[in-house]
Design a protein around this ligand. Structure first.
Ligand SMILES: *Cc1c(COP(=O)(O)O)cnc(C)c1O
Length: 369
């Protein structure tokens, strides 16, 4: 037991004086709901992370997915192809549109959706594909866009975990008809809660804006039945500061990951495909051949014997959650759900923390071998 060591947290949002000052500025203005800060945040986010595409700020990533796919016309009777190895929101947002998520398998090396599996799952009812840039590694967007074009499907990218990641030189969230970035506190940047919808056309952006605000562009001239999913100026002010800090944070995540790649032994380290830049929302290793219980014991040893926080994302594939319970054979997804373990890679860890993480993982791996 190293009880004198402090626990290294698995994730840690960094909120500084600039964020506090920005919030104060908004509070002092007396205008706290959606207003000029949101407009400014949308413009800055578009330039920095969405290749200049129009983006629409909403109150969560989940809202962004929901409104984005509603705006693409998703409804009852439709099917959308999604990976099962993801956070439940990817499939929930399809379901709450009245449509059916069709779960497919992923690539064992990058944890992202397998294009061949997408093609095999297309039916008469398929209208779209929702790839996930899981852990910050981009899905193979060239192949996915080619399949979508061939079958006349839309693509909505779940970029919740991948701000700034690129595939063949282009930023994620700029390939599909639409895409979503989450601004939840544990993501690569935050606004407190929040989401951004990237839109390929001004008309799609207009539809998302309508759905965000009760279906109104002009006050009391409601055009469609919409929601109140607006972002507040308080949240946008935080997000604007964070956006400026993101490049340095991403670089630190990548340095931390490179250190782990070079020094971890006895576990499978994450692969980065040629043509991809990985932004390491998570640094996810595999305990190869482990059962879920063995992987959980590995995580417990890291936490309790070495004070290294870690997480399992995601222990239950979405198709097996009570919400969906789908009979489908996804062997790679099942294997990853048993074997994955995410280590702290966030920009707050120190060089000493990195050394401690490596020593802890290598010791636990050796003991289990
Ligand atoms: C976080 C996350 C979401 C949802 O975003 P929120 O901002 O938490 O609503 C959706 N998909 C994935 C893959 C996520 O990690």
């Amino acid at each position: 037991m190293n009880s004198e060591l402090t626990m290294i947290p698995p994730a840690k949002p960094i909120i500084g004086q600039e964020e506090r000052d920005a919030v104060d500025r908004v509070l002092a203005s007396g205008m706290v709901a959606q207003g000029p800060e949101v407009v400014a945040f949308e413009g800055e986010f578009s330039t920095a992370l969405a290749g200049g595409r129009e983006v629409v700020a909403v109150n969560s990533g989940t809202s962004g997915q929901h409104l984005g796919m509603l705006a693409l016309g998703l409804g009852a009777g439709d099917e959308v192809i999604v990976p099962s190895f993801t956070f439940a929101a990817t499939a929930n947002t399809v379901a709450v549109c009245g449509a059916t998520p069709v779960f497919v398998d992923v690539d064992p090396e990058t944890f992202t959706v397998d294009p061949a599996a997408i093609e095999a799952a297309i039916t008469e009812r398929t209208v779209g594909i929702q790839p996930v840039h899981l852990y910050g590694h981009p899905a193979p967007m060239d192949q996915i866009m080619a399949i979508a074009a061939k079958h006349e499907l839309w693509v909505f990218e779940d970029a919740a975990q991948a701000h700034g990641a690129t595939w063949q030189g282009a930023q994620v969230g700029t390939f599909g008809q639409g895409g979503m970035f989450s601004l939840y506190p544990t993501k690569n940047m935050t606004s407190g809660e929040g989401g951004m919808v990237s839109c390929s056309t001004p008309e799609l952006a207009r539809q998302v804006r309508l759905l965000r605000n009760q279906g109104m562009e002009k006050q009391y001239a409601n055009e469609v039945a919409g929601f109140n999913n607006r972002m507040t100026d308080i949240h946008a002010a935080i997000g604007r500061v964070q956006l400026g800090k993101l490049p340095a944070w991403t670089a630190t995540r990548q340095e931390n990951a490179a250190f782990f790649d070079a020094n971890l032994a006895g576990v499978v380290t994450p692969v980065v495909r040629e043509g991809a830049s990985h932004v390491y929302h998570q640094y996810t290793i595999r305990i190869e051949g482990a059962s879920a219980a063995e992987r959980d014991a590995f995580a417990t040893a890291l936490r309790e014997e070495h004070q290294v926080g870690c997480g399992v994302y995601y222990p239950t594939p979405v198709h097996r959650l009570a919400t969906f319970l789908t009979e489908v054979d996804l062997p790679v997804t099942e294997m990853l759900a048993r074997e994955v373990l995410s280590l702290p890679v966030h920009p707050s860890i120190t060089e000493q923390d990195r050394d401690r993480i490596v020593a802890a993982v290598n010791t636990v791996a050796k003991a289990g071998a």
